[in-house]
Design a protein around this ligand. Structure first.
Ligand code: EPU
Length: 353
């Protein structure tokens, strides 16, 4: 049995990308099944409410955490097999997502390049079905192994069982919200397997990638080229959490009916919108927030990033960090003004703890 160390009164500031200062009453690092089993073998720890923490890049801490924090540190990167159409790559839940993207390309396995530089861990990627520049995790997903924190049972889920949606999955819902199968707070993702297509084709539909292709005259870029473009685009418009604390996009892009969109276009012809296959329309939340004049504004130490209004930032750095309360107060003020002007309710994207 592995020796399980329970750390007490642990500062969480280095463990969340916003850089919010809070403490965990107790924290356990989980490096594999053995650690999870040892944890569940302890009657007291087993009974405690738990929070699973990955890279901390999609959370807002609104206070000290009383629940037992399980920091996922499961390592490992390997080619795990192949199917007729894909090479299967497996990564431990604690690996860095971007590290995995770079590693697959170094192995000559394209497919993840559009999702380069997304902060966070591999284990957190399925939770919110990460995505960028035209590719979502679910497009490359094969299976994952998770451990049930109530029973200690290790189980495998395929894509359908993960219930992926736009920045959504079964891991974001509790059982009460989603029939019997909500897994929020119940499952710890140990390993993720991805299916990288053998017949790789570049995904270039996203406006900014099309622009790069035009500007450089490279009409048929390889995966490395796309990776370099995505890294450059992200560096130019998204703040580096190591420099300016943030949790990526703070709100989801809302979906409205075609009628509602036509109504908004009638009043604001420049609204950025994307027609969806089902007839609904997705609106750019960043545009809506920008239109309400929020770009560059601050409330306390929480602010709206100058170059992308969808990203809220911690302007107080490590010394005088924004509190989770300040971030949420700013978020609510933004929601109110977008609702008053457009009649649209923005939904926060990170998990509020
Ligand atoms: N826009 C503005 N003003 C702003 C921000 C955006 O007018 O302040 C306009 C842009 O000009 C653009 C449109 O809104 O026409 C969309 O902006 P952008 O391309 O930056 O993408 P996004 O919709 O804001 C989404 C994801 C990002 C992902 C990018 C690229 C969500 C919530 N966000 O952002 O994901 O990197 O597309 O694919 O879906 C994340 O989820 O944390 C994240 C960063």
């Amino acid at each position: 049995m592995s020796a399980l160390i329970v750390e007490r009164n642990v500062p969480l500031q280095p463990l969340n990308s916003f850089g919010i200062a809070a403490r965990a009453a107790a924290l356990v690092r989980v490096r594999g099944e053995a650690d999870a089993r040892a944890l569940l073998a302890d009657a007291q720890l087993r009974a405690q409410p738990k929070i699973v923490l990955g890279g901390g890049s999609n959370i807002v801490l609104t206070g000290d955490v009383k629940a037992l924090v399980l920091k996922v540190e499961v390592p490992g990167l390997r080619v795990a097999g192949e199917t007729a159409r894909a090479v299967i790559v497996e990564a431990g839940g604690g690996e860095s997502w971007h590290g995995l993207v770079a590693w697959t390309l170094a192995q000559g396995l394209p497919g993840l390049e559009n999702m380069a530089l997304i902060p966070g861990t591999v284990g957190a990627a399925p939770v919110q079905n990460i995505g960028a520049y035209g590719v979502e995790l679910q497009d490359r997903f094969h299976e994952l192994d998770a451990i049930d924190l109530q029973t200690g049972e290790v189980f495998t889920l395929d894509a359908a069982q993960c219930g992926f949606g736009y920045r959504d999955s079964v891991f974001k819902h509790t059982a009460a919200q989603l029939g019997d199968f909500g897994l929020a707070g119940r499952a710890l993702i140990l390993r993720v397997r991805l299916a990288l297509p053998k017949a790789w084709k570049p995904v270039l539909g996203y406006l900014e990638l099309e622009r790069k292709a035009r500007e450089t005259g490279i009409a048929a870029p390889g995966a490395r080229q796309i990776y370099d473009w995505v890294v450059a685009i992200r560096r130019a418009k998204l703040p580096d959490p190591a420099v300016l604390g943030n949790a990526g996009s703070f709100f989801k892009n809302p979906t409205v009916s075609a009628e509602q969109c036509a109504d908004i276009i009638g009043r604001d012809p420049t609204v950025v919108h994307y027609p969806m296959p089902d007839g609904s329309v997705k609106l750019a939340a960043g545009w809506l927030i920008d239109a309400c004049g929020w770009k560059g504004k601050s409330m306390g130490h929480a602010g709206v990033y100058e170059k992308q209004a969808l990203v809220l930032v911690n302007r107080g750095g490590r010394e005088h960090p924004a509190t989770g309360g300040e971030v949420m107060t700013l978020a609510k003020a933004i929601q109110t003004s977008v609702y008053e002007r457009f009649g649209i309710r923005l939904e926060p994207e990170p998990t509020v703890i």
